[in-house]
Design a protein around this ligand. Structure first.
Ligand SMILES: Nc1ncnc2c1ncn2[C@@H]1O[C@H](COP(=O)(O)OP(=O)(O)OP(=O)(O)O)[C@@H](O)[C@H]1O
Ligand SMILES: [Mg+2]
Length: 233
């Protein structure tokens, strides 16, 4: 019998990562010495009280912001050695971002919003539309391709945003409170969709949440409090 051994590969590595904001002459330590390893295919909720540093951590994970000290490695690349341009290119290729308030373009329909993420990467228009349609069908929006954001529900808008994050085939999707603007039932549906996509595509998902039902229903939770990583289970 042939046995296949699937070994998890390290995707992201934080070592002693701190972030201090400077506000006028006030220093605000938002993250304090975070050590964190995330493996390819992980599905991780980041929890903790308001102001504990969740968004700060996600912005560092998404390469939107840079740490004050410590090392961040992506696929063993020390991201501090990348130029701004290289970091942006790396982010566009490897990271999909989902925002709490969707950030969809109002004048474009669902299909065009998703296709746009590929167009900016120089993919030919016909292929953009084909791939956008396929992923929108996968997130359950095959019947709403030509609805503009104003004509979609909150949950549907978040599905479009998830499709847009995924259409470029990133290795990781990072979402800051993707369910916060949704009612609890719709929030759970979005969670189930993310779980399914994690399972079928092996895309890594990292998202923050305040919702205890979501925290209770995922296997991996990273808990932060006052800028410290308190617990990981
Ligand atoms: N751009 C900024 N400039 C100065 N301080 C900031 C900035 N962004 C966040 N902070 C501070 O850093 C700390 C962590 O904030 P962060 O937004 O990461 O918390 P959070 O856990 O995401 O909170 P919430 O659950 O309310 O979204 C807080 O004390 C916050 O006031
Ligand atoms: Mg936040």
């Amino acid at each position: 019998m042939i046995q296949e051994v699937i070994s998890a590969t390290k995707l992201i590595d934080f070592e002693g990562v701190s972030k201090t904001y400077q506000l006028g002459n006030q220093r605000i330590p938002a993250l304090k010495g975070i050590d964190l390893t995330i493996e390819s295919g992980d599905f991780i909720a980041i929890a903790g009280p308001s102001g504990s540093g969740k968004s700060t951590l996600l912005n560092l994970l998404a390469l939107i912001d840079t740490p004050t000290s410590g090392d961040i490695r992506y696929n063993n690349i020390d991201v501090s050695t990348l130029s701004d341009d290289e970091r942006t290119r790396y982010r566009n290729k490897e990271i999909g971002i989902v925002f709490q308030n969707y950030n969809l373009i109002p004048v474009l329909d669902a299909l065009e919003n998703v296709a746009f993420a590929l167009q900016v990467q120089g993919v030919p228009t016909k292929e953009c539309l084909k791939r956008a349609e396929k992923i929108l069908r996968e997130v359950g929006l095959g019947t709403h391709l030509h609805h503009r954001p104003a004509n979609l529900s909150g949950g549907q808008k978040q599905r479009v945003a998830i499709a847009r994050a995924l259409v470029t085939n990133p290795s990781v999707v990072i979402a800051d409170e993707p369910t916060a603007a949704l009612d609890s039932k719709t929030g759970m549906e979005i969670l189930e969709l993310m779980k399914e996509l994690n399972y079928t595509k092996n895309t890594t998902f990292i998202f923050s949440t305040h919702d205890n039902r979501i925290i209770d229903s995922v296997h991996h939770v990273v808990y932060i409090e006052d800028g410290f990583l308190m617990n990981r289970y």
